[in-house]
Design a protein around this ligand. Structure first.
Ligand code: GCV
Length: 660
């Protein structure tokens, strides 16, 4: 039976699955062979597309394939792999399982008319990373400081409303559909900071999680849950959460058994422990391997996984103490534990050593735990990259991370070392899903990069444009590409310079405040004085962080002479007159890049205005409105940063531009 395609509520943007994107497929004669729930989903998609465009679909063994333009068939025991080729006028997608067929269908949608022209040999497509996951930092109850979605810039939660799981889950079904169309196969439905209400999702409120899981399942998405390490105490009334205590182990085993009674394909737990106030094993003198293995043991009988976050650092640092370096923390905590984690425990590592800044080096932990399963975590929600008020397409940044080779140029890339890629989701109940309509490109690119980490992100951007604006005319495609293509570097230019990071307003993290975190306990400093700026992380004279890298990176980063310009202030404290590889001094680079960044935003605003009338007016208007704010904010960044460094250094701009 075909499963009806979910219908999002009125006014909700179709994102990258507008009906027009299905037109090339919908006007064809299509044969579907195979059975099972995901094949029913494929059947529903095809049936709806055909009903709209006068195509025809047959399900079953069918007459000879030659009578069809497209054959979608399952031939295997399961899995996500599919093969697609075209011969004698018939395009064939042969998948190993229902999930593969679903991905094969969306592959055909992406190809559009191309899927039905010429001939090509069968090509096999399989995801490079087994798990491609979104972590939602959603709270059930609205948190007094963080709101409903922590670091959420797209309205309220998609899953939770009025203190419980939404009754109407059509929007969640539509979300699952969008995610499947870019290759995502797992979702964690609540914040890693687990507050009291949300702790109960594990036990007495698991039925609500089960309802969400049921809504996502038809699109091949497994549901995961963030849990508090203190659950045995908070929920079970035990006096301890010590991971080696038999009663604690029994409690987790029983709680997990009940979870699987409700959700047979439950993915597992996500845990933030001993981090920013969340409880963890340190309270009992136990290691993080002890902690992770406790939950892994409870999940193991059911095939579940624990995602244990490596974001562990001291957030009560004394800013006067120059020896403690937050960037070192994940490596220092977890490298000694390599080889101690259970087979179903995955260490989830932020891509950089700090916290999703616009520019960071790749975390040295990623290349240093060969006997530990790794998930790399990126942030689609733009906490430090414009909060979905600024257009900032992060595809090139994530691609750089995934292509980096931590063990040296001959070693494996991050995309090869990681088994899984996780993003903090940027979606909410906003009609455009992501607040800023162009931020949809981040979600889409993330999913596609998780499938194929070596893909050229610009190709993926073009894919997103082609689908979202279908049928896309040249000026629209060129215009959208022009405003997004370099937007990450533009954002970098007008915010904190040369990898030094932060300089944001404390708390909400939007907008400039150069010294906002300079005298705080969070370990995020720039150390600017009248002579220079930057953090000395060299082994010779600094915190020693550079030595956490394998060669040649440890050597490259150790010296200001070889350190790449864009990371200079992350690794070194240098005088304002230090000459960069670009030939400019640091101070002149600060001035120039900030003027340039704002000019680039001005250009993007003009480009966007020229696209009026070429797309859905509501989408155009929303972006235009966001650009007004981006421009205001970029000018504020430029002026605060330039004035701050002019006042500190006393060095005038070579070009005599106005700096207050
Ligand atoms: C969910 C940063 C964010 C926090 C977030 C944390 C994390 O510190 O500001 O809001 O907490 O990262 O990744 O756990």
């Amino acid at each position: 039976m075909p499963l009806p395609v979910p219908v999002p509520p009125d006014g909700v943007d179709p994102a990258w699955l507008p009906p027009a994107a299905f037109r090339p497929l919908g006007s064809r004669r299509i044969l579907i062979r195979g059975s099972g729930p995901l094949v029913d989903t494929v059947h529903g998609e095809v049936a709806e597309a055909c009903a709209r465009s006068e195509g025809r679909v047959v399900r079953g063994p069918g007459p000879g394939a030659a009578a069809f333009d497209l054959v979608l068939e399952v031939d295997g025991v399961g899995g996500e792999t599919f093969t697609c080729g075209r011969r004698d006028g018939t395009t064939t997608v042969t998948a190993l399982g229902g999930a593969g067929l679903l991905y094969g269908l969306f592959h055909v949608v992406r190809l559009g008319e191309e899927a039905f022209s010429g001939e090509w040999a069968p090509e096999t497509h399989r995801p490079a990373l087994a798990l491609r996951m979104l972590d939602h930092w959603d709270n059930v109850a609205v948190h007094p400081v963080m709101g409903q979605v922590e670091r959420g810039y797209a309205g309220g939660s998609l899953f939770w409303a009025d203190g419980r799981a939404r009754g109407d889950l059509d929007r969640v079904r539509s979300y699952g559909r969008l995610l499947a169309a870019c290759g995502i196969n797992a979702v964690a439905v609540n914040n890693v900071n687990v507050h009291e209400t949300e702790a109960h999702l594990l036990t007495d409120r698991i039925g609500e999680v089960a309802a969400i899981a049921a809504a996502l399942r038809p699109y091949g998405i497994r549901t995961h849950l963030s849990v508090t390490f203190a659950a045995p105490m908070v929920l079970g009334g035990l006096p301890t959460a010590d991971p080696l205590d038999p009663a604690v182990r029994a409690w987790w085993a029983e709680a997990t058994r009940r979870v699987y009674e409700e959700i047979g394909d439950f993915g597992g737990y996500v845990v933030k422990a001993d981090s920013e106030g969340q409880p963890g094993p340190f309270a009992y003198g136990r290691s993080h391997a002890d902690g992770a293995n406790l939950l892994a043991a409870a999940l193991e009988p059911y095939g579940g996984t624990v995602h244990w976050r490596a974001f562990v650092y001291d957030h009560h640092q004394d800013w006067r103490d120059r020896t403690t370096d937050r960037a070192r923390a994940a490596y220092d905590h977890f490298v000694p534990l390599d080889g101690e984690f259970a087979a179903n425990a995955v260490l989830q590592v932020k891509h950089g050593p700090m916290d999703f800044q616009v520019r960071e080096p790749v975390s040295p932990l990623i290349g240093a735990v060969p006997r530990t399963r790794l998930a790399v975590e990126v942030q689609a929600t733009q906490e430090y990259t414009g909060q979905q008020r600024h257009a900032c397409w992060l595809g090139p940044m994530w691609s750089e991370v995934l292509r980096f080779r931590p063990q040296g140029p001959e070693g494996p890339s991050v995309g090869e070392l990681a088994e899984e890629l996780v993003a903090v989701s940027n979606a909410g109940d906003d009609p455009f899903w992501t607040g800023h309509p162009l931020a949809q490109a981040n979600l889409y690119t993330f999913g596609r990069l998780a499938w194929e980490p070596g893909a050229d992100p610009h190709r993926l951007l073009d894919e997103w444009i082609g689908l979202t604006f279908a049928p896309v005319a040249r000026p629209t495609a060129d215009g959208v590409r022009a405003v997004l293509d370099g937007s990450w570097r533009t954002y970098e230019k007008y915010t904190a310079p040369l990898g030094v990071g932060f300089m944001v307003q404390p708390g909400h993290h939007y907008g400039p405040s150069v010294d906002g975190y300079e005298y705080s306990p969070w370990g995020t400093y720039h150390f600017a004085d009248r002579d220079g700026i930057g953090v000395d992380r060299s082994a010779a004279t600094g915190t020693g962080y550079a030595a956490q890298y394998a060669k040649p990176w440890s050597q490259t980063y150790e010296s200001p002479e070889t350190c790449p310009d864009e990371l200079l202030l992350f690794f070194h404290h240098v005088p304002y007159g230090h000459v960069l590889h670009s030939g400019r001094t640091v101070i002149q680079h600060i001035y120039d890049s900030h003027f340039e960044g704002v000019e680039e935003v001005e250009e993007a605003v003009r480009m966007w205005a020229s696209l009026a009338g070429l797309m859905d007016p509501a989408r155009h208007a929303r972006v235009a409105e966001r650009y007004e704010e981006q421009l205001r904010s970029a000018r504020e960044w430029r002026d605060q940063i330039n004035s701050y460094f002019f006042r500190k250094s006393g060095v005038p701009d070579e070009r005599g531009r106005r700096i207050c």
